[in-house]
Design a binder for this molecule. Sequence first.
Ligand code: CTP
Length: 405
Amino acid sequence: MLSGKRIILGITGSIAAYKSAEIVRRLKASNADVTVVMTRSGMEFITPLTMQTLSRSPVYTETFVLQKDSRIAHIEIVKSADLFLIAPATANIIGKITAGIGDDVLTTMVLSARCPVLIAPAMDSDMYYNPIVQRNISSLKERDYRFIEPEDGELASGIIGKGRLADIEKILSSVIDVLVVKKDLADEVVLVTAGPTREYMDPVRFISNRSTGKMGFALAEAAKSRGAEVILISGPASLHKPAGAELINVVTADEMREEVMKNLQRATIVVMAAAVSDYMPVKMWQDKIKKSGKDINIGLTEVTDILSEIGKNKGGRIIVGFAAETNDLINNAQIKLNEKNLDMIVANDVSKPDAGFEVDTNIVTIIEKDGMITEHGKMSKKEVAHRIFDKIVRLKRRYSDSIIV
Ligand code: CTP
């Protein structure tokens, strides 16, 4: 699967460094070409000889090793790399990368990397949650460095907490995600909506819901990685803008509707993942509503259903909706699919603990216009996003085949 891919594996001084041996073995088994680079403290935990034997390539531990033709070897290697994986990555290396320090072979190589850099932190949980480390991670994420989150479990210190190096399967699947991306949406303009909307009743109070935007942002990222031009219209969410996507921030359902309509003509695929408010207050108080000692009634009126409006004006677009349900999932979702004139609906039971709002995972059932129903077990929102686009691509092919026939 990774045939011909050049991967640099950076190993730093964490007890989890022994797991790097298995990472190299698995990458080699997938036919990747692996070059190992170790920091001085990394070498305290595992030897360069082990890594050299497993990678079947020289291991870089010193900055100035000259190749036969006198060019600096480590810079040559990083120039032709497809991926720079650092596993395990200590708080120290994360701090150095953030600060742009190049004081050993690993940091100088990361500084000159043009390929994606994937970092798998492993450290004590107090260190991981230290605001300085968290700020470093956020700032690297903003610069498109990717992270594989550490796991909860027993740490070397004996305490239970977050900080264990991610599972090797997860590390390998992240490597594959970065290196083996399909570009099957290269000719598409994908419009995605995300997050909640807020309907204000006075300058400080509003009606909203528990949506965080995670599903919509994952969809935007997935579409982008598959080559699409992406327009992401999002309600209030505290997430990083997916690299390369056009992000339009909105607050209310009306603003979301306006932006969707403004951008609809450009879109060839629309995925409405936003949890748009169904109701808004009949009126908005100009000043903050004061306590009066009496009950007050706030009348609510229905807001326009954006998806239904798009469904009426569909053209050749693929339109996908979400159905957030707490009961009778399939039936309710099927009704929405038909009433809103959709090609596909993604139904999720938002009452389940690992699905729907706020969490990083989802459990969905995808229902297509022709009645095909596919159930997906618990998976990350990113994976759900890819499954949805797999279906959309197949649907597009089916539609264009039927036009040719
Ligand atoms: N939706 C929309 N505009 C609205 C409300 C919902 O575009 N004002 C979209 C959502 O983005 C989602 C789909 O419609 O893709 C279904 O939303 P959901 O909240 O599950 O259902 P509703 O249609 O609002 O119906 P109900 O709340 O009664 O289940």
